[in-house]
Design a protein around this ligand. Structure first.
Ligand SMILES: NC(=O)c1ccc[n+]([C@@H]2O[C@H](COP(=O)([O-])OP(=O)(O)OC[C@H]3O[C@@H](n4cnc5c(N)ncnc54)[C@H](O)[C@@H]3O)[C@@H](O)[C@H]2O)c1
Length: 326
């Protein structure tokens, strides 16, 4: 059956976070009866939810997905669940016990509750980290995950397999989205790769040389947050189930190139300094093959890196201006 957002009840775990807050902004015009957000603010913020804080369609619950009694109440009566709450790659590496509890145990408990309460479809936020260093570039979804060396990537892959097995055992419909390197306004300043954008914006602001860790040849596939949010909506609305999709832009950009574009969109002629790499994630190359998402979900990312970095820079400079005047 074709999922229908209109009039439905939707739970978004991690909805106060960077990507989750944009997913909610995309959901609101589609007129669900209720969007319930659960977030414990380990990373997200009320500022991220500013545009819908007073919207009667949205109910915010400050709580933890590890609280199974709370989650039981929240999942009951829901038609759809976006499962976005997670710890970052570096947090999982620093504390694998927490990584286990949040990424694995709470995800398992949530899947059980989705079966119990007959949720119609789950959209699971997976990650390009499942691949480790992929075998092919552009990387299709079918590349194997055996090179992944991170707890985070392992946990995301396990989540995909969990939902696949629940589809097989219980008929729970789901789609897993493997985001590549997400960026945009509201992004956190603590991600392994993406933090660098905010640090460079700090350098541009203060006229200091931007730092590049390593030789700058590491590549990423940057995908703008609004394109990711649209992919989530498409994944829910489409009849597709039991599939994982790469969500990138299919453009490979080295750190050096990224800095060049960042300096260009900010009319800056700062000269970078190089520092030794200190890495949690040993992946040197990322480039998504997005043809499957294009074909089956109608995914069509719109924001070029130049446009996205302009929007990010504008948001950053407005934010620092606001903070300075408070
Ligand atoms: N940002 C990226 O580049 C990227 C790339 C690949 C995958 N992802 C995945 O996408 C999803 C969203 O990522 P994001 O960038 O918006 O991250 P984020 O940290 O901004 O959002 C995650 C949210 O989950 C919340 N959360 C964490 N643990 C929780 C818990 N125990 N209970 C309740 N809430 C909890 C956090 O407070 C945060 O608001 C995550 O699952 C992440 O792993 C992100």
């Amino acid at each position: 059956m074709q999922p229908n957002i209109n009039g439905s009840r939707i739970l978004v775990t991690g909805g106060a976070g960077f990507i989750g807050s944009y997913v909610i902004e995309e959901l609101i015009p589609l007129k669900p009866a209720k969007i319930v957000i659960v977030d414990n603010f380990i990373r997200g913020s009320r500022a991220n939810m500013k545009s819908f804080a007073n919207n009667p369609l949205v109910e915010f619950v400050e709580g933890d997905i590890r609280d199974n009694a709370l989650m039981d109440k929240l999942v009951a009566g829901c038609d759809y669940v976006f499962h976005m709450a997670a710890l970052r790659i570096n947090a999982c590496a620093a504390n694998p016990n927490d990584g286990f509890d949040v990424m694995i145990k709470a995800t398992f408990d949530l899947a059980m509750l989705c079966v119990k309460h007959k949720v119609k479809k789950v959209i699971y936020s997976s990650s390009a980290s499942v691949f480790g260093l992929a075998q092919h570039f552009p990387t299709p979804e079918t590349d194997n995950p055996y090179d992944n060396q991170t707890f985070y990537g392992g946990a995301k892959l396990w989540g995909e397999q969990l939902f696949r097995s629940f589809k097989f055992m219980y008929g729970l419909d789901y789609v897993a989205l493997r985001y590549f390197n997400a960026y945009g306004p509201r992004m956190d300043t603590d991600g392994k790769y993406t933090e660098v954008m905010i640090k460079w914006l700090d350098c541009i602001r203060f006229g200091k040389p931007p730092l590049i860790y390593g030789d700058g040849s590491t590549t990423m596939d940057f995908v703008y947050v609004k394109d990711i949010a649209k992919a989530n909506i498409a994944a829910l609305q489409s009849p597709v189930t039991d599939e994982a999709f790469n969500i990138g832009f299919q453009r490979e950009t080295s750190l050096k190139e990224l800095l060049d574009i960042m300096l260009k969109v900010n009319d800056s002629n700062l000269v970078p300094e190089h520092r030794e790499e200190n890495s949690v994630n040993p992946v040197s190359r990322r480039l998504a093959d997005i043809s499957k998402a294009k074909k089956l979900l109608g995914y069509d990312p719109q924001f070029t890196l130049e446009q996205g970095l302009k929007e990010l820079s504008q948001w950053y400079f407005e934010k620092v201006k606001e903070t300075a005047t408070v």
